[in-house]
Write a protein that binds this ligand. Structure first.
Ligand SMILES: [Zn+2]
Length: 207
């Protein structure tokens, strides 16, 4: 199996990006006794209701701005690279994560919560260029104890018989509020996080 990401018109397409053929209409949302309901869809074993999406990677054109939920979640659960889908890099300090520079914040990056999966070494430079939130401000971090324990998605607010879309949010799987969320991605808490120098990224950040 090759570690190279798929390409479209000569450009690499991240593993977690959705393709146009995968986008499906959202079934009707409804208020059910257990929380938010989606006609024809059930909660997973953790009680999370996930937004449906097709699985046809590489078919159609890439939707760079849309994360493919099932592939993102696979990356988080198995600690796979968000660009190529192969195992993320790991050394004695932990798994390689690329984050938007937050070194101005006290305590950063310990305990940061992120929906962006980790990366492998060969993809680190490409990830820094492909991800808009990392461009020009990427920092490499090693994470000893990533804890994948939260859901990112759309909250819904039940008001009498009407369900109103609320804000996008991150909610712990253990929080009862997750029952009113239409989940799309898993979020990880980065524990035991250490900023490291990654030579591959030196060209990606202005001196
Ligand atoms: Zn990779």
């Amino acid at each position: 199996m090759t570690a190279a990401p798929l390409t479209y018109k000569g450009h690499p397409v991240p593993y977690v990006a959705a393709w146009s053929s995968e986008i499906v209409p959202l079934p009707r949302v409804c208020s059910a006794p257990a929380g938010l309901g989606l006609v024809g869809h059930a909660r997973d074993v953790d009680g999370v209701l996930w937004k449906p999406i097709g699985i046809r990677q590489g078919v159609g054109r890439p939707e760079y701005g849309t994360v493919h939920g099932p592939r993102q979640r696979r990356c988080m659960r198995r600690l796979l690279c968000q660009v190529c889908g192969q195992p993320a890099d790991r050394d004695g300090q932990g798994v390689l994560w690329l984050l938007e520079d937050g070194r101005g914040e006290r305590g950063w990056p310990e305990g940061q919560v992120t929906t962006h999966p980790p990366a492998c070494r060969p993809c680190a430079g490409a990830a820094a260029r492909l991800c808009p939130h990392l461009q020009g401000k990427v920092v490499a971090v090693r994470v000893a104890r990533p804890v994948v324990d939260a859901v990112y998605g759309q909250r819904y607010v039940p008001q009498r018989a009407i369900l109103r879309p609320g804000p996008a949010d991150v909610v712990l799987k253990s929080d009862p509020a997750v029952r009113w969320m239409l989940g799309t991605q898993l979020a990880a808490s980065l524990l035991g996080a250490t900023v490291v120098d990654l030579p591959e990224l030196r060209a990606e950040v202005p001196a």
